[in-house]
Design a protein around this ligand. Structure first.
Ligand code: C2E
Ligand code: CA
Ligand code: CA
Ligand code: CA
Length: 279
C-alpha cells in the first residue's frame, strides 16, 4: 500500500485482499471446526395444536467460533457448500443428534421425532442413505425418531434421484418434511409421488397472518391441502398469540417459533421434554 499517488487503487486492492483472506480464514476455520469440535446444536421444539405438548424437535446448527463467538448457519453454510465441506457437516449434525436422542431415550424421556436440515447437495451424495442408516444402527435409534427437512427446489432439480433416495429412507421409517413450503418452484404433483410426511409452512406466510392480509389465504390453502392429502402441517416462525390462535382454529398440527421457545442447548430442551411430553 506504499503507492500513495494511486490511493484509489491501493484502497480497492487491499479491500479485495482482505475479503479474500477473510474467506480463506473462514474456510480454514470450518475445517478446524470439524476436528476441534466447535460445532454445537441448538434444538427448537415444535408444539401440538393446543401449544401444550412437544410433538417434534428441529436441530439447528451453530458454530462456537473461538474468536467471533456464536455463528449462525446464515454465516457459514453457504461457504461449507461451496468448498465441499457440507457433507461432513451434515454427517456430524446427523450423528450428534441421533446420539443425543438415544441418550434421552435411555434416560426414560420418550422424545418425539427430531428433524435435521439437509442441504441440496446432500441428496446428491450416493452414500447419504447408508450414512444415515449406519448412524441409526450404531446408536440403536429407530428410523421412526428421525425426520429430514428438504426443500422443493431439490426435488424439482432431479425428481428421479429424489424419488429413489426418499423411498429408501422411508423404508427405514424415516419421515420427510418439505421445508419453507410454498417458497420454491413446486409442481405439487410430487406430493403424492413421493413419501412426504410433513409440510412446513414458511415463516414469511405465518408472519402475514393478520386480518387484512393475503397471507391468510395462502396459509388456509396450504392447511386445507395438507389435510386432504393426509400430511402433517407444521407452521414455522410463530411469534404471536394471534398467529397461534388462528392456526389452532385451522387445525394446524404443529407450531414452532419464538412464541414458544427459541432454539436452545440440549440441557435446556431436556428439562422441557421432561415436563411437556404426554405420558
Ligand atoms: P430453517 O430451516 O427455515 O430454520 C428456521 C430458522 O428460523 C432458524 O434459523 C430458527 O432459529 C429461526 N426461527 C425459529 N423460530 C422463529 C421465529 O419465531 N421467528 C424468527 N424470526 N425466526 C425463527 P437459523 O437457526 O439461523 O437457521 C437458518 C437456516 O439455516 C435454516 O432455516 C436452515 O435452512 C439452515 N440450517 C440450519 N441448520 C442447518 C444444518 O444443520 N444443515 C443445513 N444444511 N442447513 C441448516
Ligand atoms: Ca428447517
Ligand atoms: Ca424452514
Ligand atoms: Ca425458512
Amino acid at each position: 500500500v506504499k503507492n500513495d499517488t494511486r490511493g484509489g487503487y491501493a484502497f480497492y486492492s487491499s479491500n479485495m485482499n482482505s475479503q479474500f483472506s477473510q474467506h480463506l480464514d473462514l474456510e480454514m476455520g470450518l475445517r478446524r471446526a470439524l476436528t476441534n469440535h466447535e460445532f454445537v446444536i441448538h434444538y427448537q421444539p415444535q408444539y401440538d395444536t393446543q401449544g401444550l405438548h412437544v410433538c417434534g424437535i428441529e436441530a439447528l446448527l451453530r458454530w462456537q467460533h473461538p474468536e467471533r463467538g456464536l455463528l449462525y448457519p446464515g454465516d457459514f453454510i453457504h461457504l461449507a457448500e461451496e468448498v465441499g465441506l457440507i457433507g461432513q457437516v451434515t454427517e456430524w449434525i446427523l450423528d450428534t443428534s441421533i446420539r443425543q436422542m438415544k441418550a434421552w431415550v435411555d434416560e426414560g424421556i420418550a422424545p418425539p421425532r427430531i428433524a435435521i436440515n439437509l442441504s441440496t447437495l446432500d441428496l446428491k451424495r450416493s452414500n447419504l442413505v447408508d450414512e444415515i442408516i449406519d448412524s441409526l444402527d450404531r446408536h440403536g435409534l429407530p428410523g421412526q425418531n428421525l425426520e429430514l427437512e428438504i426443500t422443493e427446489n431439490l426435488i424439482v432439480q432431479d425428481i428421479n434421484m429424489a424419488t429413489q433416495r426418499l423411498n429408501a429412507l422411508a423404508r427405514h421409517g424415516i419421515s420427510i418434511a418439505i421445508d419453507d413450503f410454498g417458497t420454491g418452484y413446486s409442481s405439487l404433483s410430487y406430493l403424492h409421488q413421493l413419501p412426504i410426511h410433513t409440510l412446513k409452512i414458511d415463516r414469511s406466510f405465518v408472519q402475514d397472518i393478520d386480518p387484512e392480509s393475503t397471507g391468510r389465504s395462502v396459509v388456509d390453502a396450504i392447511i386445507a391441502m395438507g389435510h386432504s392429502l393426509d400430511l402433517t402441517i407444521v407452521a414455522e416462525g410463530v411469534e404471536t398469540q394471534e398467529q397461534h390462535a388462528w392456526l389452532a382454529q385451522r387445525e394446524c398440527h404443529g407450531m414452532q417459533g419464538y412464541l414458544f421457545n427459541r432454539p436452545m442447548p440440549a440441557e435446556e430442551l431436556q428439562s422441557i421434554l421432561k415436563t411437556s411430553r404426554p405420558a
